[in-house]
Structures are given as structure tokens and as C-alpha cells.
Design a protein around this ligand. Structure first.
Ligand code: FMN
Ligand code: SF4
Ligand code: SF4
Length: 285
């Protein structure tokens, strides 16, 4: 139970999370522990027609993809049931900046007559490519302080958007449209879709997932299929076959024990996993 003062009534929390390489899970865990809330993988509920929760406080934790919110997180927000009187907050983790992710969630909820009460950014290591100047231990050390700020803000019922790096957020904001156009081009290329396709980034994301392949190092162990949050990989004749529901989360690529997976979505020879998260944690949904 969460000791938020609301007419003396104790409130309970549900923390939904999506993760590919563990950053968002590590942050979501920290928040759920502090709020004594339930930790719920978004993948375990997102295929329901409506997602209902008894919780008074709903948290949504996820990574930023292509300067915006992942498809699966948008689907969750579109399906949340009765949210009247609930405090809804979102936490995005990113390697650089939150982009439009929190605002996108706010718009989706608003269009459904609901409201994003607060949004928070947490700077974590970049999982999509190597940043030579990045000091990962520093990011891990800062995360608990940020979690503390988020928890105290939620308990106080604070409202607004709170980025961890306001300056970078402000510098990047004018480039949002350009970033999305460049992303479309890159995803068209990755998915071998003739350009200009007229497809949105969100439509191109599942198509681009088809570009993964496994080389001769593949042992057929099935880890990639188990960690995939959306069951997008079938093991056929001891080899992974990618389907058409990809979220581009890179879980298959990063958790493969033999580094057998390749594709234009991933930066070759760079693999990332949060040190406190295991493949078993990722697969639990
Ligand atoms: C497909 C993809 C796109 C990404 N796009 C961005 C981005 O636009 N901005 C950013 O700061 N980080 C971006 N990242 C980095 C992740 O948001 C960041 O490392 C996040 O903490 C990973 O969370 P996870 O470990 O829970 O999957 C991207 C990662 C992936 C896989
Ligand atoms: S995780 Fe790697 S080794 Fe295991 S089946 Fe998938 S590609 Fe092959
Ligand atoms: S196929 Fe790989 S990148 Fe796509 S959603 Fe599944 S684990 Fe993530």
C-alpha cells in the first residue's frame, strides 16, 4: 500500500513496464518496491481488449524509441480502462533524451478522456549503439536518486513533466520532426521497403524487425524467443524465424548467449544488458 495522503485513504499502485535490455525494468522495480506496488509486464496484459486496474496510482515505465514512445506502450495507453480519479504517471528511460514520448502518452490518454498526471525521464546507458564517452557506472549510480525523486513526487501527487536533462531536451526539441523523418528513411532501408513508402515510423517498426537473422553461431537454444516480449520469434528447425510483431526492443539481439543475431537495426559488435537484470527476468511475463 502506498501511503499517499488522500482523505486518510491509503492508495495502492500498479507499475506497468516494458523493457528490452533491462534499464526500464530496473527503474520500474525500484519504483514498485518503494511504492509497495505490483510490478506488471505490459506484454502480459496488452493483448486484452481493455486493461483494467484496481490501483489508485498507475505507473508506466518504458524505453524511448526513435525519440518517441514504443508501439506497445501506446497500445497499453489506448486500452487502459476506467481511470477516473486515478493518478497516472509515466517514466521513460533513454540514452540521450525523452523526445516526444511523454507528450505522446499524454495525448493518447487525453483523447480517451483520461490524464497523464506526471511524466519523468531517467537517463540510462544507451542500448542501441556504443557511446564512447558514456560512463555506465555513473548512470547506474544516479538512477536510485532519480527513483527517489520520482517516488517522492508521486507520493506528493505532483503534476507536470520532469526530464532528467532539461537542457538536452530543449536543444533536441526543434529537431523532433527531422529525427522522425531520418528514422523513417532508416527503417525503410532496414525493412527493404521502397521509399518514400508513406508509412509512419510506427508502421515501419514491425516491418524492420524482419531484418534480423542468426548466423552459424546459433545453437537453437531458444533464448531469443523466450526474451521476446511480443512472441515475435518462432524456433523452426532449431533456428529463429522473425514474424511481423517486432517492437525493435533488441532483446533477442542482446540476450543471445552466442551473439549470433545480426541486422541493420543493431549496431554490430555492441551488445548491452543492464547488470542487475537476467534473461530470466526479461522472459518473465
Ligand atoms: C530501437 C531503439 C531506439 C532508441 N531510440 C532512442 C532515442 O530516440 N533517444 C534516446 O535517448 N535513446 C534511444 N534508445 C535507447 C534506449 O531508449 C535506452 O537505452 C533505454 O534505457 C533502453 O531501455 P531498456 O533497457 O529497458 O530496453 C533507443 C533504443 C532502441 C532499441
Ligand atoms: S538465442 Fe541465439 S543461439 Fe539461441 S536460438 Fe536465438 S539466435 Fe540461436
Ligand atoms: S523480435 Fe527481437 S527486437 Fe523484435 S520485439 Fe522480439 S525481442 Fe524485440
Amino acid at each position: 500500500m502506498l501511503p499517499i495522503a488522500n482523505g486518510g485513504h491509503e492508495m495502492n499502485a500498479a507499475i506497468y513496464y516494458f523493457t528490452g535490455t533491462g534499464n526500464s525494468l530496473a527503474v520500474a522495480r525500484g519504483i514498485a518496491e518503494r511504492l509497495h506496488g505490483d510490478l506488471i509486464p505490459i506484454a502480459s496484459v496488452v493483448d486484452r481488449e481493455t486493461i483494467e486496474s484496481d490501483a489508485d496510482v498507475i505507473g508506466i515505465t518504458f524505453p524511448v524509441y526513435y525519440a518517441d514512445a514504443p508501439n506497445i506502450v501506446r497500445r497499453l495507453a489506448e486500452k487502459l480502462g476506467d481511470t477516473k480519479g486515478k493518478y497516472i504517471f509515466a517514466v521513460c528511460t533513454y540514452g540521450g533524451a525523452a523526445g516526444a514520448s511523454l507528450k505522446t502518452l499524454a495525448h493518447i490518454l487525453e483523447a480517451r478522456g483520461s490524464k497523464l498526471s506526471a511524466g519523468f525521464g531517467v537517463h540510462m546507458p544507451q542500448n542501441a549503439f556504443r557511446k564512447p564517452w558514456e560512463v555506465k557506472p555513473l548512470a547506474y549510480r544516479q538512477a536510485p536518486k532519480r527513483t527517489d525523486f520520482i517516488v517522492r513526487s508521486v507520493e506528493a501527487g505532483r503534476t507536470g513533466l520532469f526530464y532528467s536533462n532539461v537542457v538536452i531536451q530543449a536543444i533536441m526539441a526543434p529537431f523532433q520532426g527531422w529525427i522522425r523523418r531520418m528514422t523513417s528513411l532508416a527503417l525503410e532501408k532496414a525493412s527493404s521497403t521502397p521509399a518514400p513508402s508513406g508509412l509512419t515510423v510506427e508502421q515501419l517498426i514491425p516491418l524492420a524487425g524482419k531484418s534480423f537473422s542468426a548466423d552459424a553461431k546459433c545453437t537453437g537454444c531458444g533464448t531469443c524467443a523466450r526474451v521476446c516480449p511480443v512472441a515475435n520469434i518462432k524456433i523452426v528447425d532449431k533456428k529463429p524465424v522473425w514474424q511481423n510483431r517486432c517492437e525493435n526492443c533488441l532483446a533477442c539481439y542482446d540476450w543471445c548467449p552466442t551473439n549470433a543475431i545480426h541486422g541493420p537495426l543493431a549496431s554490430s559488435n555492441y551488445r548491452y544488458r543492464h547488470p542487475d537484470v537476467t534473461a530470466h527476468d526479461i522472459a518473465a511475463r
